[in-house]
Design a protein around this ligand. Sequence first.
Ligand SMILES: Cc1cc2nc3c(=O)[nH]c(=O)nc-3n(C[C@H](O)[C@H](O)[C@H](O)COP(=O)(O)O)c2cc1C
Length: 195
Amino acid sequence: MKIFVGITGASGSLYGIRIAQELLKKGDEVYLCISEAGEMVVKEELGLVSDNIIDEIIDKYFNSIRKPIFLKPGQLNSAPASGSSNFDIVFVAPCSVSTLSNIAYGTSRNLIHRAADVALKERKKLILLIRETPLSIVHIKAMLEAASAGAVILPASPAFYTNPSKIDDLVDFIVGKALDVAGIENNLYRRYKTN
Ligand SMILES: Cc1cc2nc3c(=O)[nH]c(=O)nc-3n(C[C@H](O)[C@H](O)[C@H](O)COP(=O)(O)O)c2cc1C
């Protein structure tokens, strides 16, 4: 499958990285784009230090597996910007409320907004891992607009019934749920069983 993953400037950049890792392991063609604000948050959260954060991300997270195709947010002439490229799924993980609004109201200002816009118009899967708290009415209305247009709103709020013991457990829970709604088999989290 051909899959686009956008990482925006909301907290939780590991969600996008983990989704890309899992898809690459499964053999999918993965395009990864980090917004300008996303770069700032990625640096802070992942402790990146060099000027070339893409190389550092590849080194740290995609060293022993296939690499994603990295695109810049300004590359509006790249494949994911066109419906004719026929992408199967678009994940925005994490999705800031700013990007959410751009998607909800069709104001495509960068490649992540545009790839999401294309997914909606082409009736493809669009999964938005929203991360903000608390939410204003503006955010809630934008979520309703995006959901009405066909997006899946997947709040990045992990459950605790899985007894997480480390950050990776929390990340894998959300990533597992995101892959579930995309219809991608995974075993990333312990599923709830009644006694
Ligand atoms: C360290 C840091 C954490 C942030 N966390 C969030 C967040 O969790 N959710 C959010 O919507 N915005 C968050 N922001 C603000 C966004 O980065 C900002 O609104 C930005 O304009 C979003 O742009 P983008 O959607 O193009 O990435 C954060 C900013 C910084 C610097």
